[in-house]
Design a protein around this ligand. Structure first.
Ligand code: GTP
Ligand code: MG
Length: 228
């Protein structure tokens, strides 16, 4: 494992410069601008997009709020299945023209939703993930208390087949006991070995404490401004 997770790692290009660029990017205007409930009404392709996928209730909407420093940009909920569309947010940074987009995706793996709904979201997600040339990276969020589940492997297999670049983010670090953190990271990295397109490093975040958020902003800034 080597490096501690959640620290700025210079050899990965997450230099202090990118941390500052990332901070500035998300300090400017962030606004919701488009919701898609069908593949036929996706917004026209433009700036790089960063999509957040993961099981229902894993903390996708909360992470978007933490990333943008807005309390209620994306709707969060105690009820799984709250986000039912692809929600697009334009991030303008400073001084103001659109630099990137963040996409909040419906959660998967939630049984108490009708079969028709699941099948229509699944179709939408597949169409988006397969066909989007401006999609820069997919972040697959995994609950840091529970680790990878079968439905995460299914999502990552889809991403492998779509040849999309993706990275796993472990969430809710504030809920994980200190002594369990290293084990969860090691177990998750081992699980990623089956997935050729997965980035072989993790980011561990907490939307409650803000841990890992500067690193995530820096990773996004690096893809927007510089190296791949
Ligand atoms: P769906 O839209 O249903 O797929 O859920 P989601 O992945 O967007 O989850 P959401 O952000 O709505 O959060 C689900 C629940 O987890 C809420 O009760 C949040 O307050 C809680 N939560 C999210 N992130 C964190 C975190 O970092 N720490 C803690 N302690 N709770 C969190
Ligand atoms: Mg949500």
């Amino acid at each position: 494992m080597g490096q501690p997770v959640g620290h700025v790692q210079e050899e990965d290009g997450l230099t202090p410069d990118y941390v500052e660029e990332g901070r500035l990017l998300f300090a400017g205007v962030c606004e919701f601008f488009w919701a898609s409930s069908a593949a036929s009404n996706l917004p026209p392709e433009s700036v790089p997009e960063f999509a957040f996928a993961g099981r229902s209730n894993v903390g996708k909407s909360s992470l978007l709020n933490a990333l943008t420093g807005r309390k209620a940009l994306a709707r969060t909920s105690h009820t799984p299945g709250r986000t039912q569309q692809l929600n697009f947010f334009a991030i303008a940074g400073m001084p103001g023209s659109e630099k990137l987009r963040i996409v909040d995706m419906p959660g998967y793996g939630y049984a108490a939703v009708s079969k028709e709904k699941i099948s229509s979201w699944t179709k939408l997600m597949h169409a988006y993930l397969r066909g989007r040339s401006t999609l820069s990276r997919v972040y697959v969020l995994v609950d840091g208390r529970h680790g990878l589940k079968e439905s995460d492997h299914e999502m990552m297999t889809l991403l492998d087949r779509s040849a999309q670049s993706y990275q796993v983010i472990l969430t809710k670090k504030d809920e994980v006991k200190l002594r369990d953190i290293e084990g969860m990271v090691a177990k998750t990295l081992a699980g990623l070995q089956k997935h050729p397109a997965a980035f072989p490093e993790l980011i561990f975040t907490s939307s409650e404490t803000g841990e890992g958020i500067p690193e995530l902003r820096a990773a996004i800034a690096r893809r927007v401004y510089g190296a791949a």
